[in-house]
Design a protein around this ligand. Structure first.
Ligand code: NAD
Length: 477
């Protein structure tokens, strides 16, 4: 079928059509093909990196003030076209249109503005004489040309977390969005082109093989990827061939620990919102709920009621909490986890697809699970929450930490000491207390263990896109 959208690459400041093949764009709402994007091969990858390389010297030498201004103007232009970004994002993902500008487009704009400010605020040790007759100082430099790869769950937002700090620091980039959600990232490149020299931000489309060709290319000094653990490991292995830097934001399986003394009403509302927002396709989603035995039954009943009432799904023009799962493979993956639930599991609500067309799945809460069950150990990345009953603090911490992931977690209690002890003991890059999921530009986002290494957002994420040079000068005699 010939689609209505034909997307090209954006390289060297202009749209470039053509490539060895095309990829169909499929609506997760209707399951129909609505367009195609380029399936870029090694030639497109090469042309894109050549453009980024040619642009590097000039952009590295732009002053922080000039880089800041470019980013501020990009942010302003995105804000002015927020509805257009939302429409493309919703077409690729099926997300509810009513809340998309507020939930994702404007936060992206805000994060770009944060990195615009960061461009002028790099810090280091003060210059000084650390050896007699020698003055030392630190230079923070861009890493060089960078390859960046993003997933489909928050296409524009993930592109923002990658391009904004990299460009603020003076790098030039080739960015590949996910094969199922390239539209908003291509619009971003087009909007940004008005304010950036050609070749600073290049966007190429394609799937895994395109991403792998980027990692194999000799030009990038660093690869940054947000995606699955499998993809992250493949990138780290391939990048080791010539010791490229690697920045990995991978999967998660956030534990949510609810103690007997928690405010149960607030916890049920917060945990359902943080579990089903974006159809649970969030690496920090509140997926793995551990409830203390004193309030277990009461809390599970409240949680199921909250999910039935508020965790609603439907088409983008409906007033619902979340849209479909992004693609057919992911839909099959979610269904597979539910089909394979063990006999001892109890489905409290949901457990089935929603409607006959589209990749919609009802909010699903499964209780009575055990620590070694697949649904507890593996990332589902869909609208499914699991519940386990725990005895005491030690058991909650042991189970919470006993997964391969280490991205995000939360603890729900009214006791300050419990909150402090548990947040210290949790082996996750983020711990929320009596809340789950809010993200701010000023604070780092990133994991431990198989959730990867390297931070997004914050001054720490910004520093990840710089390299440190020591300059020492003999000043004696
Ligand atoms: P995915 O790993 O299949 O794909 C992610 C991106 O990597 C895509 O652009 C894909 O084309 C590319 N890719 C895949 N294999 C590659 C390879 N070998 N070399 C280079 N590129 C490759 O993941 P997905 O299904 O698109 O996204 C969902 C995953 O992303 C989930 O596991 C989720 O937890 C994770 N995620 C993590 C974060 C975070 O911040 N830690 C944020 C969002 C999503």
């Amino acid at each position: 079928m010939t689609g209505t959208a034909t997307l090209g690459n954006f390289i060297g400041g202009e749209l470039q059509e053509g490539g060895p093949g095309t990829i169909d764009l499929v609506s997760p709402v209707t399951e129909e093909v609505y367009g195609t994007s380029v399936d870029s091969g090694p030639e497109q990858v090469d042309v894109a990196f050549a453009a980024a390389k040619a642009a590097f010297g000039g952009w590295r030498d732009a002053t922080p003030s000039e880089r800041q201004l470019a980013l501020i103007r990009i942010a302003d232009a995105m804000e002015a076209r927020a509805d257009e970004f939302a429409a493309l994002e919703s077409r690729d993902t099926g997300k509810p249109l009513g809340s998309l500008v507020q939930d994702e487009i404007l936060p992206s704009v805000d994060q770009i503005r944060f990195f615009a400010g960061a461009a002028r605020n790099l810090e280091g040790l003060s210059a000084g004489e650390y050896l007699k007759d020698h003055t030392s100082f630190i230079r923070r430099e861009p890493v060089g040309v960078i390859g960046q790869v993003t997933p489909w769950n928050y296409p524009l937002n993930m592109a923002t977390w990658k391009f904004a700090p990299a460009i603020a620091a003076g790098n030039t980039i080739v960015l590949k969005p996910s094969e199922t959600t390239p539209s908003s990232t291509l619009l971003l490149a087009e909007v940004a082109a008005e304010f950036l020299p050609a070749g600073v931000l290049n966007v190429i489309t394609g799937g895994r093989e395109t991403g792998a060709a980027m990692v194999d290319h000799r030009t990038p000094a660093m690869i940054s990827i947000t995606g699955s653990v499998r993809a992250g490991m493949a990138v780290a292995r391939a990048a080791s061939g010539d010791l490229k830097r690697v920045h990995l934001e991978l999967g998660g399986k956030a534990p949510v620990i609810v103690f007997d003394d928690a405010d149960l009403e607030a916890a049920a509302a917060g945990i359902v919102a943080a579990g089903y927002f974006n159809a649970g396709q969030d690496c920090t989603a509140a997926t793995r709920i551990l409830v203390q035995e004193g309030v277990h039954d009461e809390f599970v009943a409240a949680l199921a009621e909250e999910a039935r009432t508020h965790a609603t799904t439907g088409a983008p023009d409906e007033d619902v909490m979340y849209g479909p799962v992004n693609n057919a493979d992911q839909f099959a993956r979610v269904a597979g986890f539910v089909d394979r639930l063990p006999d001892h599991a109890r489905v409290e609500t949901g457990g089935r697809r929603h409607g006959a067309t589209g990749y919609f799945w009802d909010a699903t809460i499964v209780s009575n699970l055990r620590q070694d069950d697949e649904a507890v150990q593996q990332e589902i990345f869909g609208p499914v929450q699991t519940v386990q009953r725990f005895r005491d603090e030690a058991q909650a911490i042991e189970w919470a930490n006993d997964v391969q992931y280490g991205l995000a977690s939360s603890v729900w209690t009214t006791d300050h000491g419990t909150a402090m002890r548990v947040s210290r003991a949790l082996d996750f890059g983020c711990v929320w207390i009596n809340t789950h999921i809010p993200i701010v530009a000023e604070m780092p986002h990133g994991g431990f263990k198989h959730s990867g290494y390297g931070k997004d957002l914050s001054a720490y994420g910004f520093e990840d896109y710089t390299r440190l040079k020591h300059v020492m000068s003999y000043i004696g005699a």
